[in-house]
Design a protein around this ligand. Sequence first.
Ligand SMILES: NC(=O)c1ccc[n+]([C@@H]2O[C@H](COP(=O)([O-])OP(=O)(O)OC[C@H]3O[C@@H](n4cnc5c(N)ncnc54)[C@H](O)[C@@H]3O)[C@@H](O)[C@H]2O)c1
Length: 350
Amino acid sequence: MLNVGVIGLGSISDFHVKPYAANSEAKLFAFCDMNKDRLDTAGKLYDVQSLYTSYEDLLADQNVDAVSICTWNATHAEIAIAALKAGKHVLVEKPLCTTVEDAKRVEDAVKASGKILQVGFVRRYAKNTKLVKSFLDNGDFGELYYAKASCIRRLGNPGGWFSDKDRSGGGPLMDLGVHMIDICWYLMGKPKPVSVSGHTYSKLGNRSNIQNLSFYKASDFDASLNSVEDLATALIRFENGASLYVDVSFTLHAVKDDVSVKLYGDKGGLELEPQLMMTTERHDTIINITPQIDHLNFQFEEAFQSEIDYFVASCLGKATTLSPVEDGVEVIKMLCGAYESASLGKEILL
Ligand SMILES: NC(=O)c1ccc[n+]([C@@H]2O[C@H](COP(=O)([O-])OP(=O)(O)OC[C@H]3O[C@@H](n4cnc5c(N)ncnc54)[C@H](O)[C@@H]3O)[C@@H](O)[C@H]2O)c1
């Protein structure tokens, strides 16, 4: 049995807490949030008795074996390193942290501790991703040489800490680009990134004037502060000659929101989002393939359950995590490289 603590009880924490509660080998043991009301409410709801307003106090609890870190991005490194030093396994929400220096410090702490650290790249754990990965691993698409991913919100700056660069590390690139870059890079076989050309734009602000359209908000929503970009684009080149183009926005004059993940190989291609579809050719004819499965699109709750189940099994020595710390470090290099390139106005080497 794995005794688990959850640090940060805001919007995403339910997608950790419920899967732990549903996992017969995990016990929800302790909660932490610096917001006392939120902490007490969650404690009552899930019948968790060990409640802390300071993560240091939770980490000092010898009964806790593992923690989920669901706090602001800029706190991830500090809390993850403290947790590893305290002998806990760690599941840290994406992004791993907000700087390359911190990413390396976390990686060093993982090596020194011998504990598991899983990065919350939840899309890797989705059923559709696993299915596509089995086709890829069997060579059905040949060599993947180009990928393109988009996560466009026309109105969707979550406000609060998300729009405060000091606490988030950045806007849509840090928040949404992290998922898009990671899932493409993972499916491409994790080629070594060698350079990146990024652009960021702050043209529209958070469009807080817009009425009659709802969107995802941070628990402590506050539209008055916004120091992050509206739109980011990045072109990443890899050592094997492959390339990846990504664009992501919190606000944009787009006709509708749009999520798409597309990968192209020399034997076939695939779209993972908005829904799974594959294409190839047979006997001089192009054929599109629609797998006959329950859901062709990304299933949020199912993917989180799978992510948590993998983490628990990894901590108990029964599985190997699909998203280890070194992958989190590589993704941070690509994200921070894109921001650096955007500020310098030229392509940079990674
Ligand atoms: N995997 C996904 O698809 C996904 C989706 C949304 C958010 N996230 C990630 O989850 C994390 C949290 O996002 P959210 O939307 O839940 O934010 P949120 O603002 O709703 O919740 C964050 C909570 O953390 C608490 N907190 C912050 N710093 C703390 C500290 N030092 N000690 C104790 N508590 C602290 C806050 O009081 C708040 O309750 C972020 O890293 C975000 O990128 C991931």
